[in-house]
Design a protein around this ligand. Structure first.
Ligand code: FMN
Length: 195
């Protein structure tokens, strides 16, 4: 059982990083192998819609996204963590998601499994925080992440969403949130064991 965490905040050690670390700790406590990728440390260009992937389902741009395609294929569970930036996911997260257009091509044009064949169903989680406390704060980001999971044939296994969290590290003062994150990580792995 391999759990891949994608840290989408550019603020290292910030609120989503802290939550993601707890989710991964929970997953590891159940024996999962975990790996976290920090997008802001990588070089991932935005999709240029060059159509270079149309024939093969592979992106022609050779940057760090190539490593992420491999990691996505190997993962049984995916945890996407991004704070809200201007009502959506961060630019780093969106660049990574847009580059999954090559996998859209693989699935819908080439009629191939986007991440290869897998016995156990893949599942994914979305983790987010936002500084504001307004209705529908997470809706645009949720729509984007749900679209990603749908394209990748990853079942949507839930979300951890915390509004009103702005200051760096503020979430660490909320033991309930940390506990919830840890338990969610555990559950993400346990569900597979019972399948
Ligand atoms: C560029 C930028 C845009 C932001 N836009 C929003 C927003 O639209 N809504 C909101 O609630 N918070 C917004 N925030 C606040 C962050 O969501 C908040 O500070 C969050 O705690 C950051 O999480 P992190 O520590 O994981 O980076 C924005 C922050 C930045 C830097």
């Amino acid at each position: 059982m391999r759990v891949l965490g994608i840290a989408g905040s550019p603020r290292r050690g910030g609120n989503t990083d802290i939550l993601l670390a707890e989710v991964m700790r929970g997953a590891a406590s159940q024996g999962a192998e975990t790996k976290t990728i920090v997008l802001s440390q990588l070089n991932i260009a935005p999709c240029q819609h060059c159509d270079g992937c149309l024939e093969t389902g592979r992106c022609k741009v050779k940057d760090d996204m190539q490593m992420i395609y491999d990691e996505l294929e190997r993962a049984d569970r995916l945890v996407v963590a991004s704070p809200v930036h201007f009502m959506g996911v961060t630019a780093q997260t969106k660049a990574m998601i847009d580059r999954c257009q090559a996998l859209w091509v693989k699935k819908y044009r080439l009629k191939l499994p986007p991440l290869g064949n897998r016995q156990v169903e893949r599942k994914g989680l979305f983790v987010s925080v936002g500084g504001m406390k307004i209705a529908n704060l997470f809706e645009p980001a949720l729509a984007t992440v749900r679209a990603l999971f749908k394209v990748l044939d990853i079942a949507y296994a839930g979300e951890l969403l915390f509004p009103g969290v702005d200051e760096k590290g503020a979430i660490a003062k909320n033991p309930d949130a940390l506990r919830q994150a840890f338990l969610t990580g555990q559950r993400l792995v346990e569900e597979t064991l019972s399948e």
